[in-house]
Write a protein that binds this ligand. Structure first.
Ligand code: SF4
Ligand code: SF4
Length: 130
């Protein structure tokens, strides 16, 4: 069962890291409609915003922040001017500060390792590991 909190430590942490108070999101869904990676996300961007509003900490387990490519499309289109990529980054930071690695080097396909440019691998580790 989902635990919904009126005062949310999660929302406060997101505010502290990203500077965004997500209470201003009114769930229009434009961010999700314009996100090129929404089809791959557990929770599409407006659902991520709603989960944070309600203090649903399970949002930290969603793959959505890791699929966010920081393309800024959602940020440009949000009628409330919410910096959604910064919120996604804040979620990644919270996870990484808990020493959670999304990318396990032992599980990377050997073929990918030989074909992927080294800079791509380094960028992946910068984004996905502590
Ligand atoms: S576009 Fe902005 S206001 Fe609309 S759902 Fe997304 S974050 Fe909320
Ligand atoms: S910045 Fe991230 S969440 Fe926003 S549209 Fe691009 S990929 Fe989607």
């Amino acid at each position: 069962m989902l635990k919904v909190k009126v005062w949310s430590p999660l929302r406060e942490r997101i505010l502290e890291i990203s500077g965004e108070d997500l209470l201003s999101c009114y769930q229009c869904g434009r961010c999700s409609a314009s996100c090129p990676f929404a089809p791959y996300m557990d929770l599409i961007p407006n659902m991520v915003m709603r989960s944070i509003q309600l203090g649903i900490e399970d949002v930290l387990k969603a793959n959505s922040p890791w699929f966010c490519a920081t393309c800024l499309t959602c940020k440009v289109r949000c009628p409330r001017g919410i910096k959604i990529p910064e919120v996604m980054e804040a979620l990644r930071e919270i996870r990484l500060r808990e020493k959670y690695d999304y990318l396990n080097p032992l599980t990377i396909d050997q073929e990918l390792l030989t074909e992927c440019p080294p800079m791509g691998i380094v960028s992946g580790f910068n984004k996905y590991s502590k």
